[in-house]
Design a protein around this ligand. Sequence first.
Ligand code: BV8
Length: 259
Amino acid sequence: MLNVSASRLHSYSVTIPPELIQKLANAKKVSVLTGAGVSAESGVPTFRDAQTGLWAKYSSEELATPRAFKRNPKLVWEWYEWRRQLVAKAKPNPAHLALAEMEKVFSRFELITQNVDGLHQLAGNTRVIELHGNIKRTKCFDEGTIVSSWADNGDFPPKCPACGGLLRPDVVWFEEPLPESEMRLAATATNCDVFLSIGTSTVVYPAAGLPSEALARDATVVEINPDPTPFTPKAHFVLSGAAGVVLPVLVAEVKRRRQ
Ligand code: BV8
């Protein structure tokens, strides 16, 4: 296992092990799993620290569950409204742009994300496997149907125009199953030459199991994160740094090697 140690965010030069550049330059199929750390540099709080201000007294796990919504639908709806407004202002950062570039470099490239902010699509990635849904979409809590418009009559949460049930964000809450088709696509994507796990604490399953699945299928697995995670000891390469700093250098080095 190679450790590329470095000092903190944005204040260090990135050195990528030549063996990793060579692996990527020769790779036919590259898969990526991203977490909230990739959007951190766009000003979207990571899931663990999405608890600032009004929300400090709740943990994400307490707010992002069906039980929490049934118990206090107004509170949960407002938490998502607050996050939706943050996401609406967010722009793709160099990490997102580098991943959009990667899709052009590798003939077979799969991007799996746990993020619900839609920033990968905004950056230009055309194939994004959203394991946990998308905060910009709204659905009926009772029917599960996507709802794009509703009466703005001050109801918090608003009501489904079809059945009168409560509306909720189209994201996967804790204790809810992940969408089967996306999980199947993600599982297939672990069969690759190189698997990059970027900006995720790898604690929430089943997504957190994907890097280990790739390892078990003989992929070269790389972790990019300024902090260690439970997966760090298992990775072949650990690039200790911010995604927005490491990824642009990684992509540039690979493109240079492939010329
Ligand atoms: C399910 C959408 C079954 C909502 C999210 C015990 C053991 C194992 C599993 C469980 C267990 N008890 C319960 C479970 C299951 C549970 C789970 O895993 N719980 C954990 C807490 C133990 N999982 C579930 O409930 C899942 N469903 O299992 O269903 C089932 C089956 C059939 C029928 C019924 C039920 C559902 C999980 C999905 C939950 N939804 N998000 C929303 O967003 O509101 S999870 C949410 O947290 C994220 O989507 C993400 O997946 C997860 C972790 O967040 P990260 O993305 O990793 O972000 P985090 O803040 O944690 O870390 C950020 C990282 O970035 C850090 O490492 C940081 O160092 C790094 N970083 C910071 N800055 C940068 C950076 N990296 C790079 N660059 C930077 N600049």
